[in-house]
Design a protein around this ligand. Sequence first.
Ligand code: C2G
Length: 758
Amino acid sequence: MISIIVPFKEGPHFLTDCLECLKLQTYKDFEVILVYNDKEEDVTDIVNNYKDCLDIHEYTCEKSGVSAARNMGIANSNGDMCYFLDADDYIFPDALAHYAEAAAKNDVDYFFGQKTTSYLSRTVFFAINNDYCDTEALNMYNLKRKSYKINFRAEFPEGTDPSTLSDEDAEKYHKNMAMGLLLATRRSVKNISVLHTLIKKSVIEKYKLTFDEDELFFGDLNFVTALLEATQNCRYVPDAYYVKRLHNDPEHYPALVQQQKDEKQAMLNAVYEKTMKKLDPKGDVAFYLTDVYANYYVYQYNKRMRKNKNDNYLGDNFKEMHRIAVTFPDRFVKSLKGYRKRSLKILRKGNEKKALHFINRHLAVKKLKKIINDPKKFNTYLYTNYFIKLPMKNNYVILESFRGKAYSDSPKYIYEYLAKTYPGKYKFIWVLDNRRTKLPYGGAKVKRFGLRYAYYLAVSKYVVLNVRQPGWFIKREGNVFLDTWHGTPLKRLVFDQEEVTSASPLYKHQFFVQSRLWDYLISPNNFSTDTFERAFMFEREKIVTCGYPRNDILYTHNNPESISSIKKKLGIPEDKILILYAPTWRDDEYYDKGKYKFTLKLDLNQMKEKLGDKYAVVLRTHYYIADHIDTTGLEGFVYNESDYDDISELYLISDILITDYSSVFFDFANLRRPMLFYTYDLEKYRDMLRGFYLDIEKEVPGPLLFTTDEVIDAIDNIDSLTEKYAERYDEFYDRFCHIEDGHASERICELVFNGKQF
Ligand code: C2G
């Protein structure tokens, strides 16, 4: 029997995923030793839920730290093998089966296999990867099937199949893999871990293997190196994946590696020294442990010395690193070459000044190479080092909508209000990809990340954006930052999002840091105010619940003349009933960052056939969509306005809206015109990709439709549907459009630019 040792500290959602993955194991002969240590949440209900199907034994460890918890787990295990799994990770359904099969065939001391990393929960990981991991899906999400390349000793090239080797070579192969996978291929000493290792309990007892309880961090080092030193009678098991979950919310649930503690550096040094003392200084284990420890200095520590001048990485800690480096085994020192050799030589001499000089020069050359080859980086460099020091221009307002993609959204209406109301008072700078865009009240146009952009972003007092600013933006004293955001949320946002399926795992943290620089955040209604406060962890006092400037036009221009003039401008016939189809993007369908695919599921040919006489369709894909929808043959029925700047004008001319999960319906509701929801992938979108704030089935003011036939039918019966949804529409309007009255731009501008409360 296998004893699975799972220490738990925090994160009930992690634990649920972990127990679920154990429940789904195809191999069943195991017990779960769940050890609570420094437990922060009550998980009784979760664990009880799994007691029917899993043999769970719970223990509470009084001593802090994962090491003590694991030791307690071993001590209380009843199996003849121990397997280490952390409560925030999960394994593939057949992982234990692969190990058990290997164990049945080979009487060896331990088994190990590949780990991969992901920031996705188990359900989403497997849903997105079609229940297993095909390589394409993994690549798409940057989830590498092999998270660590085994380049330890070139004797066996990658992909070697040990069954094709002689017995002697196969033995060597597994030993090499153990040294490589468990120790040497780690880029940093901090990543050495016992996870996903299945070890005979008799081996743990025979060699008295324990985790170092005195160390809150890096407790695995002692265990793994002692195991490797004691025995390399082991097997590498391919296809037994372990998913190490990256924490996407370090603000709430930092992983051990994400915890920033000043003493961590000293702890690492102490653990390395202590571990080395137990190893044969001439042996392979000492050699490769030193190798990864040295890597840590060369590739991480060294850089931090520069970034964090005067702190943690200089002075005593540097001296400590130097003292340890002097003791590096001779065999290791002799093996050094190139950059690592130069860097470590300075450390071994103990000259902090020289070490700083060395890293400064190295990084400066690296940066210079980047700057020379990349104009964007060159401009950013000028921004940070030069433009930001120029005097601030108190009347400059820089505006950007959807990262420069359009002259639109709330920034457009803020600009128009200010320019109209205070002619000549402000100089406006619009960030626009399309330089031919006409600005009705004039102003400079700059390309995002261009030289002039870098300059204006640095000197403008006012910054008005509807998404986030670049990570390198520096908030200057006197800067006024207004973020308008871009929609009442249906889809869960940032900290309310358990999964971040489309962005970097650091998304939540980055969002947190970037949004701290906003002085004002516009909210269109009380619901959004509550949501932004929670989901952005944002100060309520800075949220201005004033309605959306972009919706003013829906009140001020909702008249036949304005509608007719927009239609004329777009060449859309005035005698047709217009249906606007404006779907959102799908997190899991993309080519590249910010470039999403869109497959049109609505059969426009069928719609033309059935509705062509009376209706026309305005097609509008989300600004993230890179695909251009082919509408050949649909001329006169479909008008593709995906590139048109301002969707608010499209709302104004449309009689019916079809959308899915896009926030567009909250805005369109201001017109009180009928809307339909073409939600062909509802379950996946709601349950896997995003999660919603509203019960879409009960709260949106229109029917959910799943086929083109249903859409056509709904349009044919739009009057009776309007009647059917009238009450719900009223409730919806009162809840989400209660502030809108055509004066939101005035309210926000007077507050931000003139300090007038409304
Ligand atoms: N939009 C558009 N055309 C579409 C869809 C959206 O022009 N076909 C614009 C609308 O102004 C909409 C905004 O982009 O309000 C945001 O689009 P969503 O589909 O809601 O998606 P997203 O960009 O993920 O923003 O709080 C809002 C959320 O952040 C959603």
